[in-house]
Design a protein around this ligand. Structure first.
Ligand SMILES: Nc1ncnc2c1ncn2[C@@H]1O[C@H](COP(=O)(O)OP(=O)(O)O)[C@@H](O)[C@H]1O
Ligand SMILES: O=P(O)(O)O[C@H]1O[C@H](CO)[C@@H](O[C@H]2O[C@H](CO)[C@@H](O)[C@H](O)[C@H]2O)[C@H](O)[C@H]1O
Length: 465
């Protein structure tokens, strides 16, 4: 289209400032528009590539834009800037843009290679975006639907759509019902440079009674810190019952996933490959965060112990990035969402069969985060550190008990795996925090310190990180 050079200039300034921009730390980003499909008279669906001079792979992003000749009186939105043909807005934070997307989905339309699929009738409802942007951008319609628009694009079906649909079809109450999705071709991203079928957005039932696990956990920690010297089990906001139910819900989801998708017994070769992956992540994190260096030997020993494990839990599809921010407590119990895996990993890797202990480790790390994050603001109260450890420990044990009772898996027999995955997650978090939230980096660094200091026999419940 005529205006691509102007749009490219605006995008080159705007993209790197977005929370979901993955190229932080990479040099000389060059932005180009690889696809531009009109969806309505105002909304344009752009796919934008970012190429770097470091020789690494390009990144692709989805950027729906609304372009209007001038801003109506009182109009507020996320303005990228001005072109000769009009004002350019982020289409996902714009009433016209969100409405056009909902129309598109509810009519099951096709525009160019973009295709909408609705599994239930959808009503036209007003839109608002969900709080702070995270890895993607979500739009809530009325209090009925939530549409997640994937920002960084990877070729192939998105695991969030794939896994949630399978779990919903299996009848679990631990996921929100899928309602619609948008897919199409990702130019030049398939084998040999062909176009690749790709998921662009996923709509689910909006759980209006849901409260994020992270919020509930933080409230419980705050109660504990406000209660003088009372131990966690005697404080009104004790979270352990919820942690136990969350463990049971996670176990049910794992059991269903093992039934819906293939599973694989673990042999020395697959464990060796897994351990190599953990070593590789450590290499990358060591380069970026030198504070990890003193713990390298301990971490490598834990990964080598994993490689030598003789009775590891079978591999299967998992959540991949399970933490307290990925679970909602609703009136009907815990619901897990965002089955996308870790946003920094390529989708084919995230769809691989993996150990369910990775998800358990993710949630255990999250209990530590909840307890420790409250200490960041209260560094001058050393007594609280002990209480933080008590809270994390109590909820860790409760979660593991809930998981074990519902799954029948003897977690004590998997302590070596659990430690390796907790360490790997903490290493991932060190890198994540260094890039996105540097003032929090001490939380996962502390965990790396504790986990590398643990000696066999390893506990699964008390005294582990
Ligand atoms: N079905 C749902 N009902 C209500 N809120 C939801 C639902 N799914 C997600 N959310 C909320 O939307 C936010 C963003 O969702 P998420 O899938 O984590 O996006 P991202 O990939 O950007 O991290 C979450 O923090 C959660 O609070
Ligand atoms: O939810 P996302 O898929 O975007 O996950 C990424 O961001 C998370 C932060 O929001 C990050 O999670 C880390 O911080 C959480 C508290 O904010 C904590 O509960 C998690 O345990 C911790 O890992 C996640 O790692 C990252 O992939």
């Amino acid at each position: 289209m005529r205006d691509h050079s102007e749009l490219t200039t605006l995008l080159a300034d705007w993209l790197p400032r977005q929370r979901w921009f993955a190229g932080k730390g990479r040099a000389d980003a060059r932005v180009g528009i690889v696809q531009d499909v009109p969806v309505s008279d105002r909304l344009r669906h752009l796919i934008v590539e970012v190429v770097y001079s470091d020789g690494g792979p390009r990144d692709l992003y989805q950027v729906p834009l609304v372009i209007r000749p001038d801003a109506p009186h009182g109009h507020s939105g996320f303005l990228l800037g001005e072109m000769s043909t009009g004002l350019v807005y982020d289409g996902l934070h714009d009433a016209d843009g969100s409405a056009a997307l909902l129309d598109f989905l509810s009519a099951g339309q096709r525009h160019g290679t973009l295709a909408a699929h609705a599994v239930a009738p959808l009503s036209q409802l007003p839109a608002h975006s969900v709080g702070a942007e995270q890895s993607n951008t979500s739009i809530v319609y009325g209090e009925e639907y939530i549409l997640k628009v994937f920002r960084r694009l990877w070729p192939g079906v998105n695991p969030d759509l794939e896994v949630t649909r399978a779990l919903a079809a299996a009848g679990t109450r631990h996921v929100a019902s899928p309602l619609a999705w948008l897919d199409g071709e990702l130019p030049g991203a398939g084998e040999g440079g062909s176009d690749a079928d790709t998921t662009f957005a996923f709509m689910q039932e909006y759980l209006r009674s849901g409260t994020e696990g992270w919020k509930l956990a933080i409230t419980s920690v705050r109660d504990l810190y406000a209660e003088g010297d009372l131990p966690p089990d005697e404080v009104g906001g004790d979270f352990a019952g919820e942690s136990e139910r969350l463990g049971a819900a996670t176990a049910e989801v794992h059991t269903l996933l093992a039934g819906c998708f293939p599973t694989a017994a673990v042999d020395p070769e697959s464990l060796h490959t897994t351990a190599l992956g953990l070593h590789g992540r450590l290499d990358a994190a060591l380069t970026a965060v030198p504070e990890l260096a003193p713990h390298e030997g301990g971490a490598r020993a834990a990964y080598d112990a994993l490689a030598a494990e003789t009775a590891a839990a079978p591999y299967q599809r998992i959540h991949g990035d399970l933490h307290l921010g990925q679970v909602l407590r609703t009136e009907n119990g815990w619901v897990l969402f965002d089955f996308e895996g870790e946003p920094a990993r390529p989708v084919p890797e995230r769809r691989r069969l993996d150990s369910p202990l990775r998800d358990i480790a993710g949630m255990l790390r999250s209990f530590d985060y909840a307890a420790q994050s409250m200490l960041l603001e209260r560094a001058d109260e050393p007594g609280l550190a002990y209480r933080a450890r008590e809270w994390a420990e109590r909820n860790r044990v409760a979660f593991l008990d809930g998981y074990q009772a519902a799954s029948g898996l003897d977690l004590a027999a998997h302590a070596v795996e659990l430690r390796a995955y907790e360490l790997d997650k903490a290493v991932y978090e060190v890198l994540y925090e260094a890039r996105h939230r540097p003032s929090w980096v001490e939380i996962p660094l502390g965990a790396v310190r504790r986990l590398t200091a643990l000696q066999p026999p390893l506990p699964t419940g008390s005294a582990a990180a």
